[in-house]
Design a protein around this ligand. Structure first.
Ligand code: ADP
Ligand code: MG
Length: 257
């Protein structure tokens, strides 16, 4: 059974999508079967891997709200072998529509993904930057949460808020939800603030924090505009190295899965 990992932090711009794209691709290059679910109406993960095919394309919205068959909505990326369930602007307002469903509204994504579980080693969900019903759906579908934290001031506040949300989901729709790990992103060993924040997060969360952190690396910010993961865009970059090592750490934490 594939493991479902939600990549979540309600703060925008902390590296969720960059991590989703590059961990999905890195795991695929390590010969794992991977599905990446884009669950943000901005569709950045879909764009970043060239998975958007224009108007009328079936997306995660069609699957959840229009009963479109999920297999037919998947886009297969040839180079790495990653499958993507794309998202686009149609996901805007899905919160409100879902809310009207009433009972079971937080389980829509879980029900859509469960039949696919056997086909993958990892299913990653790139979450939106909010704590609404979409995020609750992701946390209900997930086995665990990977939390990217940007090495900057106020980093801890965002995490505390997310941990409260995780606890609420554990008490309601997903008692088995675990924390997969906390990932320090955009770190810069040359700046004191970055080093201090990193130390503070490690002191607070101990072993939950991945040993590998992701450095600030311009190649990581350029790759999406070419529709490529860092591994196709510049596999010798510091960013590619860091995500490759992170993938190894993730595999190790999961007993070789
Ligand atoms: P989120 O999905 O949390 O909003 P993104 O992954 O989209 O965050 O990252 C926000 C911005 O920062 C993007 O422009 C992205 O290219 C850039 N970025 C993310 N990680 C890095 C990094 N390690 N080094 C440099 N730029 C990065
Ligand atoms: Mg994003």
């Amino acid at each position: 059974m594939g493991k479902i990992i939600a990549i979540s932090n309600q703060k925008g711009g902390v590296g969720k999508t960059t991590t989703a794209i590059n961990v999905a691709t890195g795991l695929a290059y390590a010969n794992r079967k991977v599905l990446l679910v884009d669950f943000d109406m901005q569709g950045n993960a879909s764009q970043g891997l060239s998975a958007l095919k224009g108007e009328g394309q079936p997306t995660v919205y069609s699957v959840l709200m229009e009963k479109f068959p999920i297999e037919k909505a998947l886009i297969h990326i040839e180079e790495s072998g990653v499958d993507i369930l794309p998202a686009n602007i149609s996901l805007a307002g899905a919160d409100l529509m879902m809310d009207k469903i009433g009972h079971g509204k937080e389980r829509l994504l879980k029900e859509a993904l469960d039949p696919l579980r056997d086909r993958y080693d990892y299913i990653l969900i790139d979450c939106p930057p909010s704590l609404g019903l979409l995020n609750t759906n992701a946390l209900t579908a997930a086995d665990s949460v990977l939390i990217p934290v940007q090495c900057e001031y106020y980093a801890l506040e965002g995490v505390t808020q997310l941990l409260i949300t995780i606890r609420i989901v554990q008490q309601t729709s997903n008692p088995d939800l675990k924390i997969e790990g906390i990932l320090m992103t955009m770190s810069d060993i040359r700046t004191r603030l970055s080093v201090e924040v990193s130390q503070e997060v490690r002191q607070t969360f101990g072993k939950l924090v991945y040993e590998n952190s992701i450095p600030r690396n311009v190649k990581l910010s350029e790759a999406p505009s070419r529709g490529l993961s860092i591994f196709e865009y510049d596999k010798r970059s510091k960013g590619a190295e860091a995500y490759k090592e992170l993938c190894e750490e993730i595999i190790q934490r999961n007993g070789g899965r």
